[in-house]
Design a protein around this ligand. Structure first.
Ligand code: ADP
Length: 492
């Protein structure tokens, strides 16, 4: 967490750029998309409602047409019972019955249930006629539009306006007809819509029901649309593509952020590198300048030898630094070429140790297994020498002056390896993956003011990998580090 806060603080400009240029627009975009999706959903819902209204109007027109049609396709053809109105009397020609309102029974016929089977003269007189009478009275008062439903009769009584012909149709027949037409209008096989009769006294109108005008006892209800897979997919294309767009934008933003922060880090490392190189040059140069100014005043040979030794050491240090920088430049430009020779790894290790052995503490750097048989590898001798020397110098730089440094050659599978082990400050786990990056210097290296410019391990890795080998580090902060360089064995 602290690490993150520190990184954010360090990259304030990048973070601000990231937030204003990418994150905020992406968030605004996401909000627009969500709103767009809601509008789209409302539009689809509205479209559905309009379509349903249209279907209901079609059903209604068809029903009117069918109910009042006297033709063979009309409801009359399916009627249970036909009647005729003449001089205030109701005639039932098929039964030879003629009834007037005075003939209506005194009982309350509307309490009786539907008559069983086909109408009979008795059921006509007792049950159908009183309802036809009531229907006609309602018609005269304008309470129905020529058709009326009687729940107990389970039938509809119809008389087309302006005619004297009337009939009674079983409600099941009407529902079957109207539901079939609804299915046609909806263009479906087993449909979502259904026409049903609402028992005005007992049933509540459903929230999504449409009552038919003029036939208010009929209601059309639609199930909540259960979309088909194709329709569902079609409906998801917009949200899917929008989500994909947001995802791509966010991933792109993260990518750009990482690229920018990587660039920023590299540029900071480069600046540190330039500062470190200048510093590395300045100290031996100052020492050489100061000593050379005093040289002509020196009388005794002992001081002269000492001055000579110091100047030579500083000059060698400068020369090594220049060699390293030139090598680095060649590698960066992809122009570094390595020669190949048969080299004994143990001999290369001994030479490198000799090159960097402290004059004052000859036992500090120990070559273990010096008498082992040769371990031949194909390598550029100078590059190999530099690589091993670099690792040993690092071991010396990052460990206490009196602590031992062990160098050992050994063989693993098809490779010969050289291990350099120190008992120094060690490397934190988070830094272990980055120390091989160019310009990278560990936190302790900078804090303890240890000499260096941060390209040594990058060079070593390049050398080792160019020889088909590998480099590994095992380190524990406070306990020390072990670097292993592996090279393929040379053929006999
Ligand atoms: P430098 O010039 O800083 O030594 P290098 O590329 O040689 O650059 O090393 C990179 C970093 O790896 C060093 O700054 C240091 O933090 C870490 N490092 C390398 N070798 C050791 C070691 N033997 N012990 C501890 N840290 C090491």
């Amino acid at each position: 967490m602290r690490n993150l806060a520190r990184r954010l603080r360090r990259n304030q400009k990048v973070v601000a750029l990231f937030v204003f240029m990418l994150l905020l627009p992406a968030a605004a975009f996401a909000v627009l998309i969500v709103r767009g999706m809601r509008t789209e959903r409302l539009r689809v819902e509205d479209e559905n409602a309009q379509r349903r209204h249209q279907i209901v109007r079609l059903v209604e027109a068809d029903l009117k047409n069918w109910v009042f049609s006297a033709g063979a396709d009309g409801a009359q053809a399916d009627a249970l019972l036909s009647f005729e109105v003449r001089d205030g009397r109701i005639l039932f020609p098929r039964f030879g019955l003629s009834l007037s309102p005075e003939d209506s029974p005194q009982q309350r016929p509307f309490d009786s249930g539907p008559p069983e089977g086909r109408p009979t003269p008795e059921s006509i007189a007792q049950q159908y006629f009183p309802r036809i009478d009531a229907f006609r009275r309602d018609l005269a008062l304008g309470r129905n539009a020529g058709a009326q439903y009687f729940p107990r009769l389970r039938a509809i009584i119809v008389q087309a306006p302006g005619t004297t012909q009337g009939y009674v149709v079983n409600v099941a027949t009407v529902l079957a007809h109207v539901n079939a037409r609804l299915a046609d209008f909806e263009n479906r096989e087993s449909g979502s819509g259904k026409v049903w009769i609402r028992e005005a006294r007992t049933s509540e109108p459903p929230p999504n029901g449409f009552a038919l005008e003029g036939f208010s006892f009929f209601e059309v209800t639609f199930d909540e649309a259960r979309p088909t897979a194709a329709a569902w997919l079609h409906g998801q294309v917009f949200p899917f593509s929008m989500s994909l767009l947001v995802l791509v934008t966010v991933l792109g933003s993260v990518f750009v952020y990482r690229a920018i922060s990587h660039e920023t880090r590299l540029s900071r490392l480069r600046n540190d590198f330039v500062a470190a190189v200048s510093h590395e040059f300045r100290s031996p140069l100052s020492s050489i300048l100061a000593l050379s100014e005093r040289l002509d005043r020196i009388q005794d040979t002992e001081s002269l030898t000492q001055y000579h030794r110091i100047i030579r050491k500083d000059a060698l240090r400068l020369s090594a630094l220049v060699t390293r920088l030139l090598d680095f430049a060649l590698i960066e430009n992809g122009k570094k070429v390595y020669s190949r020779e048969r080299v004994d790894l143990a001999v290369a290790a001994r030479d490198a140790i000799d090159a960097c052995r402290d004059a004052g503490r000859p036992d500090r750097i120990r070559l273990l297994g010096a008498d082992d048989p040769p371990r031949w590898v194909q390598a550029d001798p100078t590059a190999l020498h530099h690589a091993i020397q670099n690792i040993i110098e690092n071991a010396a730089k990052y460990s206490p002056p009196e602590s031992p440094i062990d160098v050992q050659c050994h063989s693993v599978n098809g490779s010969h390896a050289i291990d350099v082990k120190d008992c120094g400050i060690g490397i934190p786990a988070v830094e272990q993956g980055r120390i091989f990056d160019k310009f990278y210097r560990g936190r302790h290296a900078a804090a303890l003011n240890v000499q260096g410019v941060g390209i040594g391990l990058a060079l070593v890795r390049h050398i080792v990998e160019s020889h088909g080998g590998s480099i590994e580090v095992v380190s524990q902060p406070g306990d020390g580090s072990r670097f292993s360089l592996r090279f393929p064995k040379a053929g006999a």
